[in-house]
Design a protein. Sequence first.
Length: 122
Amino acid sequence: MKKQKVISRRKPGPAATGKGVVVRMHPPQLKALDAWIAQQKPPFPSRPEAVRPLVEMSLARPVCYPKEIAAKAKELASKAIDGLIDPSASVDKKVDRKRRLIKGPSVFRVRVDQSSRDRAEG
């Protein structure tokens, strides 16, 4: 008896264009995802179709920290800098050095109007 050749059938739907990622979610996260899906217009997206735009939206916006967290970080940085600054320096020099260290150089600061424009161009 001859060996039969098995022809595999292509799955219906468009060809995959990206790489697969397996994500495990806890029940509260799945519940929130399903609630988001229910708020969308029909036809409702599947879970993978819903995750893609949510990830894109979260990556597109700049990271904004609550003011309390930023204030706490500034306070901790201030305390750390106090221990590092040269004790023989004048009070004015200490204040100036501390301000420059906490504020950082201007090249590291991101202006909101520039960051949104750069994202649109890139």
